[in-house]
Design a protein around this ligand. Structure first.
Ligand code: ATP
Length: 440
């Protein structure tokens, strides 16, 4: 895919109400985006499918929702206060700022001016807790959800009476004051993570790392429906690894701008727990009943970005059909867009369309069908415009099924069920609709 297809996806996402620039009417704010009616449905479906796959379907993974602002000592222990920074270069002439490691040349990419000496810039957003703004009340918006998990490790272990190996999973907002946000929602300053810390006995971490890389790849392919050839698990080189890391894989997607990370799966040893043990003075050791040994567990961490996954899903599903697919006169030869989303994550699962809008028997029947289906599925009722145009509107937002109600429906209690990808239409009984849609 090329850059211009990225532009198309961005404008499509805005036009159809998936993603808007934050504070749009004020000219926006760099690195922040809002999600519209279809975007929020798609996001929720991705989150729910992650939660189902990572937590509900497993007996030894537990959920958590920790606070965004935590005791600042958490960030001292994790190393974020000291080292969570990117190198920043500022132009002496135009005063624009850039990430030094993203620069291709030694001068300003905007005006070719001379750059000041690079310095480290901490990415954490600061705020103050309580009415006094001084260093004692300073706190941070979390730059990752993971540390909320580590500080709750003992709470979960004790209250759930679980044994190693086990995992703790969390979905939530994270904030990073990125120097150069960009590529639409790829690099944001406010984003959402879906993270899990998996605690294992030391020595079992390689096996766990391999297991989770495979599991996570399967989620993208089998559950989200992303094409396998557009995904790869890239092993990080030694010089890319954090000093405590025992190995890391990046799951990358082949975006129109090139292969880029959507998830990191890291083997973190006992770095985090040992740091929190040291800084809090609390004993975080695990006691093995059988061997009577005490140890700090090792950790494998699959850390997925919701916004980047959302973007990968959109890029993967976005299909442009030159000349059009439908044969109605008005759409003939027009370019059509089709969003081939897996039916389990499509924002709208079924569209209900009365063939005509000026026959009350038909619209009444259509509303009856709509009221029945919306109990189980996210549905949209649409009676405006020619039927071909309405099909195309639904194809464009990835709705896998369209149900059309016509004159025969009133007599026979049946409807036409249209499949988005094959455009096949079958006649089905209204009473069978729910189960047929459920099976697909
Ligand atoms: P990058 O190298 O791209 O800055 P990272 O290696 O710092 O990312 P991690 O700290 O491993 O990222 O975070 C885990 C996941 O969180 C990433 O794979 C990504 O999906 C998501 N993520 C991290 N930073 C951002 C951001 N600024 N905007 C959107 N998502 C992000």
């Amino acid at each position: 895919m090329e850059n211009n297809s990225f532009e198309k996806i961005i404008s499509f996402a805005k036009r159809r109400g998936f993603v808007f620039q934050s504070s749009d009417i004020y000219g926006g704010i760099g690195g922040f985006y809002d999600f519209g009616p279809l975007g929020i449905e798609l996001r929720n479906n991705i989150k729910n499918s992650w939660w189902n796959y990572m937590v509900r379907q497993r007996d030894n993974v537990f959920g958590l929702d920790s606070s965004i602002i935590m005791n600042p000592n958490v960030w001292k222990a994790s190393g974020h206060t000291e080292t969570f920074s990117d190198p920043l270069s500022e132009c002496k002439k135009c005063h624009k700022r850039f990430r030094t490691d993203h620069l291709k040349e030694n001068n300003c990419p905007e005006c070719k001016g001379e750059l000041m000496e690079s310095r480290n810039f901490n990415l954490m957003f600061r705020t103050f807790v309580g009415p006094v703004e001084d260093s004692a009340s300073m706190a941070y918006l979390r730059p990752e959800t993971a540390q909320g998990i580590f500080v709750n490790y003992r709470n979960i272990l004790n209250t759930q009476r679980t044994k190693i190996p086990f995992g703790i999973a969390q979905v939530g907002k994270a904030f990073r004051n990125e120097i150069t946000p960009g590529n639409f929602i790829f690099r944001l300053r406010e984003f959402e993570q879906m993270e899990m810390e998996y605690f294992v006995e030391p020595g079992k971490e390689d096996e766990a790392l391999e297991y989770w890389v495979e599991q996570r790849m399967n989620w993208y392919v089998d559950i989200l429906g992303i094409k396998r050839e557009n995904l790869r698990a890239r092993k990080q080189e030694k010089d890319e690894l954090a000093h405590y890391s025992k190995g890391c894989f990046d799951i990358e997607y082949n975006f129109p701008v090139g292969w880029s990370e959507i998830e990191g799966i890291a083997s973190r040893g006992d770095f985090d727990l040992s740091q929190h043990q040291k800084f809090s003075g609390e004993d975080l050791n695990y006691f093995d009943d059988q061997t009577k040994e005490k140890y700090l567990p090792y950790v494998v961490e699959p850390s997925c970005g919701l916004d980047r996954t959302f973007l990968a899903v959109l890029c993967d599903a976005f299909t442009e059909v030159e000349g059009g697919r439908t044969t109605t006169t008005e759409s003939n030869k027009e370019k059509e867009f089709l969003l081939k989303l897996n039916s389990n994550i499509a924002p709208i699962k079924v569209a209900v369309l009365p063939l005509v809008k000026n026959k009350e028997e038909i619209t009444n029947k259509a509303k009856e069908v709509y009221n029945m289906l919306k109990k189980n599925f996210s549905c949209q009722y649409d009676e405006t415009g020619a039927i071909g145009r309405r099909y195309r509107r639904q194809d464009e937002i990835g709705t896998p099924f369209a149900v059309t109600i016509d004159f025969d429906s009133i007599i026979n209690d049946d409807v036409t069920l249209r499949n988005r990808d094959t455009m096949e239409q079958q006649r089905v009984k209204i009473s069978d609709l729910t189960s047929i849609i459920n099976e697909n």
